[in-house]
Design a protein around this ligand. Structure first.
Ligand code: MN
Length: 392
C-alpha cells in the first residue's frame, strides 16, 4: 500500500495563535489541538506531537505506548512550569502498517474520517460533554452543534498522569481516502460539504487547502488543521515498515478488493467504561485518605494539648470541684474531667451572688489559680449568714 499525503493548517480569522499541531511522518500521521491559557495550548499540542514522533523514531513500544508517553511529557511539563499549568491537547493519530492495516488512536474532539466508495464515515468519537448529552438523550444533534458548552472535553491528553485513549483498527483499501482534522474544520463545515470536497477529485494537498479555505470562508473562528491521505496500490520505498505492528495482537485485516462484499471492521473501540478507577486514581485516593487521617490526628493532638492546659472551677456531685479542660460537651464527649472534688456544697456557694454561675464553670489560668478560687469560695461560704450551715 502506498500513501500520498497532503496537509494544511491555518490560524483562522479570529484566533491570535495557532494552537494546532500536526505530524506527517509516513507511515505515522497525527493532528493535535492544544488548549490552555497563554502559551499552554501551543506548547501542549507541539510537545505531544514531538514526543510521539521521537518515540516512534526510536521504536519505543507501540503506538499506544508512544501516545501515553506523550501524555506523560505534557502532564509533567504542565506541573513543572507554572506558565503552562493545566494545558492539554487533543490527539488523533494513525499508523499505516503492513498490508494497509491502520491503527488509530484518539483522545479529544479532533476527528478521523474515512471516505470509501463515495461514503464518508466518522471513525472517532468526540470526547465532549455534548456528545455524552446526546448519547444520554438530553439534547439533540442539532442542539449539540450550537450548545454553549460544546467545547468542553471529557478526555484530554496531558491533564492527568494517565489517559485512556480510544483505539481502533481498519484495513485500508486502494482508493480509500482518510482525513484527520481538528474541530476548526468540523465546527465550521458540515459533514456533507466535507464529503463533497473530499470527493471532488483534487489531490491530497489541494484537498487539504480547500478544506481549510472553506473553514475560513465559513467564519474561521478556530485554528484549522487537516491531513488528507490517499491509499494507492503499490509500494512506496520511502515508507519504512511499521515495526511496531509486530507487537500488535491478532492477524492484520487483509485489504480486500475495492467493491468486494467483505466489510472491514471500522470504528473505535471505547476504552472499557466499566473498569474501576485507574491505578493513579487509587494512589490519589490513598493519598487523600492519608492526608485526612493525618489532619484529624494533628487536630486531636492539638485539641488534647489545649484542653490539658485549661482549668476551671465547677460542680461535681453537688460539691465545688476543680476541673481540667473546658466546661463543654462535644459530640457526646466531655471535654473535661474532675481533678479535685472538695467538700464544699455547691448549693451554698451558688447562694452567693459572686458564685451564682458556678455550675457553668469559672475559668482559671492554671491549677494554682483554680485552687485559689476554691479557697475564696470556701472563705465566702464560711462567712455566710448562719442559714447556710455548710462548712468543710
Ligand atoms: Mn480547536
Amino acid at each position: 500500500m502506498r500513501v500520498r499525503a497532503g496537509v494544511a493548517t491555518d490560524i483562522g480569522r479570529v484566533r491570535e495563535r495557532n494552537e494546532d499541531a500536526y505530524l506527517v511522518e509516513a507511515p505515522l500521521f497525527a493532528v493535535a489541538d492544544g488548549m490552555g491559557g497563554h502559551l499552554g495550548g501551543e506548547v501542549a499540542s507541539r510537545l505531544a506531537v514531538e514526543t510521539l514522533e521521537r518515540r516512534f523514531r526510536q521504536r519505543t513500544g507501540d503506538l499506544r505506548d508512544q501516545v501515553l508517553e506523550a501524555n506523560r511529557m505534557v502532564f509533567e511539563r504542565s506541573i513543572s512550569d507554572r506558565s503552562v499549568a493545566g494545558m492539554g491537547t487533543t490527539l488523533t493519530a494513525l499508523l499505516i502498517g503492513d498490508g494497509g492495516r491502520v491503527r488509530l488512536i484518539h483522545i479529544g474532539d479532533s476527528r478521523a474520517y474515512l471516505l470509501r466508495s463515495g461514503e464518508l464515515r466518522l471513525l472517532t468519537e468526540d470526547h465532549t460533554l455534548v456528545r455524552r448529552m446526546v448519547q444520554e438523550g438530553q439534547i439533540t444533534h442539532q442542539e449539540a452543534a450550537v450548545h454553549p458548552q460544546r467545547n468542553i472535553l471529557t478526555r484530554v491528553l496531558g491533564v492527568e498522569p494517565i489517559v485512556e485513549p480510544d483505539e481502533g483498527e481498519l484495513g485500508l483499501l486502494a482508493g480509500d481516502r482518510l482525513l484527520l482534522c481538528t474541530d476548526g474544520l468540523t465546527g465550521m463545515v458540515g459533514e456533507d460539504t466535507i464529503g463533497q470536497i473530499l470527493s471532488s477529485g483534487l489531490g491530497p494537498p489541494e484537498t487539504a487547502e480547500e478544506l481549510v479555505r472553506r473553514a475560513n470562508a465559513a467564519g474561521g473562528v478556530d485554528n484549522t488543521t487537516v491531513i488528507v491521505l490517499d491509499a494507492e496500490e503499490g509500494d512506496d520505498a520511502d515508507d519504512p515498515p511499521a515495526r511496531s505492528s509486530s507487537t500488535a495482537p491478532e492477524a492484520p485485516e487483509r485489504a480486500r478488493p475495492a467493491g468486494g462484499t467483505g466489510r472491514v471492521r471500522l470504528g473505535i473501540r471505547r476504552a472499557g467504561p466499566s473498569r474501576g478507577p485507574e491505578p493513579v486514581q487509587w494512589i490519589r485516593i490513598a493519598l487523600w485518605v492519608a492526608a485526612i487521617v493525618a489532619l484529624v490526628l494533628v487536630g486531636l493532638i492539638a485539641t488534647r494539648s489545649y484542653l490539658d492546659r485549661q482549668w476551671y472551677v465547677g460542680v461535681a456531685n453537688g460539691h465545688v470541684a476543680v476541673y481540667r479542660g473546658i466546661p463543654t460537651r462535644l459530640g457526646g464527649f466531655d471535654l473535661h474531667h474532675v481533678v479535685q472534688e472538695t467538700s464544699i456544697p455547691a448549693a451554698d456557694a451558688e447562694r452567693l451572688a459572686t458564685w451564682r454561675d458556678l455550675d457553668q464553670g469559672i475559668t482559671a489560668s492554671d491549677l494554682p489559680s483554680a485552687l485559689a478560687i476554691v479557697e475564696q469560695i470556701r472563705a465566702d461560704v464560711a462567712s455566710m449568714p448562719a442559714s447556710g450551715g455548710g462548712g468543710p
